[in-house]
Design a protein around this ligand. Structure first.
Ligand SMILES: [Fe+2]
Ligand SMILES: [Fe+2]
Length: 386
């Protein structure tokens, strides 16, 4: 007997696709707003074919693609480069001046992948504006055109109001995200949360999470905005531990079943803390606030349903939670603990693969780390525990 296709349970790839499309809906809000602004702008300045924003991170001097609105062709995503390696862009950031390129091909270094991409897509001219927030450089806004010399003085004047609107939209959103991550940090400090999961563990696992998400981006159609938010939210995963007594949190031996049960309540406590912060900061409208919830709620779930608190299975566990789980365990294995020496990255990856085979962890996430072992080692070295 056969059934219509709609009566069959979705296959794994179908479920992955569904999950990816849900993630897109959550993660693309700022991209969507930028597209709306772009459409308005095109009524006045029809030759602006692309607007893109790259964010600057002072801790590693990197610029990373963040949001964009691209009228046609292939968009560049998941691209990062070191600001100090571009004399021209560093100069703009320092001098607060804008840059006009009337003919991109005449001036850019074609060996640079970003320039190569611009030329391949047929962009001829560009207008670059550095963005600041309270005097601090936060990134660049790039306007590109398929026409040469599209950015006359008159066009630049028309774009002024858009520069302000776009940079306000971006910095408002970043502020909301920062306000919640900063208050989480303050909460941890007030609660004297001094266990081994403070400090550099959070830095490292946030970087590992971003590394995994970037590798998975093409396959799961993850936006740069989603990836940056995941990176910012990752350190919140254990925020609920502020509600766990020190006698359990800092206990050096193993936990008995009652203590373990109490320790496991840190997930629900984390959700409660987060909901209070989301409510108090009015962050419900924040794009990706669901990603933030999923990071906290799902980081101890296992693919085979053996995790907690809800025993979710497979794609019932949000992708961000599956990523965080892998990043968190990688760092636990490769870090010193009172009861063990740090494992090598190679040994830790083997253990993660065993956990994939046993149906606990997401194989794609572990595979993504395996593709980037040199970066894993760099992160580990950069954020060493003192
Ligand atoms: Fe946890
Ligand atoms: Fe952790």
């Amino acid at each position: 007997m056969t059934f219509p296709a709609s009566h069959l349970a979705p296959t794994e790839p179908e479920r992955n696709k569904e999950a990816a499309s849900l993630i897109r809906q959550v993660g693309d809000d700022l991209n969507f707003r930028l597209r709306q602004l772009h459409e308005q702008l095109l009524e006045q300045v029809p030759d602006v074919d692309r607007i893109a924003c790259a964010l600057y991170e002072p801790s590693d001097d990197m610029l990373r693609t963040f949001v964009h609105s691209t009228r046609q062709g292939v968009a560049i995503k998941g691209y990062e480069f070191c600001l100090s390696e571009s004399a021209s862009l560093s100069g703009l950031a320092a001098s607060r001046s804008v840059r006009i390129l009337d003919e991109i091909a005449d001036v850019v270094n074609a060996a640079n992948p970003h320039s190569q991409w611009l030329l391949n897509e047929g962009y001829r001219s560009s207008f670059t504006v550095p963005l600041y927030e309270r005097q601090e450089f936060i990134g660049f806004l790039f306007y590109d055109s398929l026409k040469p010399a599209a950015f006359s003085k008159k066009v630049q004047r028309s774009l002024e109001v858009y520069n302000t609107l776009i940079s306000l939209t971006i910095s408002n959103e970043l502020n909301l995200v920062r306000s919640i991550t900063t208050s989480a940090q303050v909460a941890r400090e007030f609660a004297s949360l001094r266990d081994f999961e403070t400090g550099n563990h959070l830095e490292r696992m946030a970087h590992y999470s971003r590394l995994i998400a970037r590798e998975l981006a093409p396959r799961y159609d993850l936006s740069d905005e989603y990836i940056e938010h995941l990176y910012l939210f990752a350190p919140l995963h254990d925020i609920g531990k502020i509600g766990i007594p020190d006698s359990i949190l800092l206990k050096s031996g193993g936990l008995n079943p009652e203590e373990r049960a109490l320790m496991n309540t840190h997930v629900q406590k984390g959700i409660d803390v987060l909901e209070r912060m989301i409510g108090e900061f009015g962050l419900n409208t924040l794009p990706d606030s669901q990603v933030m919830r999923n990071v906290v709620a799902g980081h101890h779930e296992c693919l085979d349903g053996s995790g907690y608190p809800n025993g979710l299975k497979g794609v019932e566990i949000a992708l961000e939670a599956r990523i965080i789980a892998v990043a968190d365990i990688l760092d636990a294995l490769t870090s010193h603990r009172p009861y063990k020496e740090p494992w090598s990255v190679k040994a830790a990856i083997c253990e993660l693969e065993r956990l994939v085979e046993r149906g606990k962890l997401d194989g794609d996430c572990v595979q993504a780390l395996k593709c980037h072992l040199p970066e894993v080692n760099t992160i580990r070295d950069r954020f060493k525990d003192s």
